[in-house]
Design a protein around this ligand. Structure first.
Ligand code: AMP
Ligand code: MG
Length: 271
């Protein structure tokens, strides 16, 4: 089975996070060094895919990253997403909405950031926060967030129908791993900027977040926009698995070099 098949949440099924070991390495029995070697090859393939995608100007790729705090989104972007040429790739982080954003529907800021033809968009957090943190912290009434799953599905279906391939990745870490990563941040002054006491609040609501994630995946993992649960305690496995999933998507998208109209064999370059 491919990484995608192993890690995909089938439409309509609810992932059982307690049963998915964050230290496991499905589909891979090598060690860290072997994973890093393989990652290099995959990065090459992603680089050349992006070039064809850009040249073709017909499809686009949207990568949605979600995780609990310290889940490794930033590290993943550094290790995997950098395989793509920054010209043609945009990473958008979604934080607490601004006043202006709050005056619009929840998809307004998200829609504005989706990749156009030939481009790759990466969401560091996303519209899913509107059924995750917003639900757990009761920032809007249930009657509002409850309708959002269907709204998200309709939105994503619209993007898919207009040529956007959507890959949604949840980086799954254990509670112990989160504590260790938080502690490392506290012990290293260079990482203090990353610290937010709000992170402890969300750690406090761990189980509520896990069930909000499970519901979001059950309701919004679809054929055209699947969710993948990536065991992410081992950073080397996380990077490898995500790169494998992206390469699978890239191969299916299979962008083509555009046909050149002009007869280039007749071109003479003047001295
Ligand atoms: P970070 O990703 O560490 O920069 O933190 C961004 C913060 O913004 C996280 O605590 C998110 O939970 C929060 N956030 C993102 N989207 C929303 C949203 N729609 N409503 C409320 N908080 C959000
Ligand atoms: Mg944070």
């Amino acid at each position: 089975m491919s990484f995608g098949e192993l890690l995909r949440t089938a439409p309509g099924t609810k992932p059982d996070f307690a049963a998915i070991d964050p230290t496991s390495t499905p589909g891979f029995d090598g060690d860290k060094d072997a994973a890093r070697d393989r990652l290099k090859e995959l990065r090459h393939e992603l680089t050349s895919f992006q070039e064809r995608l850009w040249a073709e100007q017909g499809q686009s790729l949207l990568i949605v990253l979600q995780a609990l705090d310290a889940g490794g989104k930033d590290g993943l972007i550094r290790k995997v997403i950098t395989a793509f040429n920054p010209q043609g790739t945009r990473v958008t982080g979604f934080g607490v909405p601004t006043e202006e954003e709050l005056r619009h529907d929840f998809l307004w800021r998200v829609h504005a950031a989706v990749p156009g033809e030939g481009r790759i968009g990466v969401f560091n957090r996303s519209h899913y926060e509107d059924v995750l943190v917003v639900r757990v912290k009761e920032l809007v009434p249930k009657s509002v967030w409850e309708k959002r799953y269907e709204q998200i599905n309709a939105f994503e279906a619209t993007l898919a129908a207009s040529g956007t391939r959507i890959v949604k990745l949840y980086l799954h870490i254990s509670r112990d791993e989160q504590r260790e990563r938080f502690q490392k941040r506290l012990d290293n002054p260079d990482k203090h900027w990353k610290w937010s006491s709000g992170d402890l609040e969300t750690r406090d609501r761990w189980d509520d977040f896990q069930s909000a994630y499970a519901d979001a995946m059950e309701r919004c993992s679809t054929v055209h926009a699947p969710w993948f649960v990536v065991p992410a305690n081992h950073k080397w496995y996380r990077d490898l698995a995500v790169a494998e999933i992206l390469v699978e998507a890239a191969r299916e998208m299979d962008p083509q070099w555009p046909e050149v109209q002009e007869d280039l064999s007749a071109v003479v370059i003047p001295d």
